[in-house]
Design a protein around this ligand. Sequence first.
Ligand code: NAI
Length: 335
Amino acid sequence: MRMILFSSRQYDVDTFNAANAADAAFGFDLHFQESHLDADTAVLARGFDAVCPFVNDTLDAAVLERLREGGTRFIALRSAGFNHVDLAAAARLQLPVARVPAYSPYAVAEHAVGLILALNRRLPRAVARTREGDFSLHGLLGFDLHGKTVGVIGTGMIGRVFGRIMAGFGMRVLAYDPGTPAADLLALGAQYVPLDTLLAESDVVSLHCPLLPSTHHLIDDAAIAKMKRGAMLVNTSRGGLVESNALIGALKSGQLGHLGLDVYEEEGGLFFEDHSNRPLQDDVLARLLMFPNVIVTAHQAFFTREAMDEIARTTLANLAAWRDGEPRNLVQLPA
Ligand code: NAI
């Protein structure tokens, strides 16, 4: 059975080859393709039973039709998120789509915490300063997380781990999730509140819900206006949850005090690549990168050794399960 992995980098080659060799149930014929998957590159998948895209690949109706024509019968996402797939088109074309529902919620939650600490204590600025022989402290004043309020939007696997860590800092934890409240967070004293209450009372707001039509631009001008003045916003979930244009005005006015982004609305074609020799064409991102109280990382929250190994193992297990007629981890079309 042959599978082509789009947008693959050396770390994908290493982890997938290792996982493929480690389990006798696998032994797949894997091909690694650096190109993104889109309407122009879909032809490269011709003759492959399965296609394995990454988060910024395009899987709209046109691409899925081309894949189907080329003989593809299975889409094995190597991500938890599936907002980049036209699920209705995949269902119409009878192309099952599997994902990796959980690999390491710790990886993403810990990265969100890393952003919070780095923003609060201005670590990038502090490190740059000491490297230059400047050992002054002006401009580096932070605040105790202990005793402050953190708002967790989305308490699924990642949000729960994040909430538990923040409770460990001695923060008051507020949560918003339309689903069932997480028992472990309730046991730690977290309170589920309406979204507006969470925004109004939190010193730090962290996003851990999926990108859906209902959550697109969940954080826009109006939502930011409801936040505490000078609060911190952290997004390690999906760029489209936040209206990027709303951020600049809020940072300039001081309504937003700190911003940590691991994902960005227009990250496709930019993140996961080295663009350092070219002028940045995205004016919004260029402006965001200029603020001293903003940290942007390039969708690296998932990127730990444990998470990468688990992603490779589960993706190949999904392929094996489908091959054996017992598909698992299929993404269902939302009702
Ligand atoms: P999950 O499915 O376990 O949890 C998502 C939670 O969000 C659920 O409890 C759901 O009820 C809740 N939710 C749905 N709509 C909501 C709304 N309107 N407001 C608040 N909550 C809402 O997902 P998991 O594993 O916790 O992942 C969360 C997100 O993290 C993923 O959807 C993905 O976009 C992102 N992610 C980012 C990574 C990165 O490297 N930056 C890596 C992995 C995931």
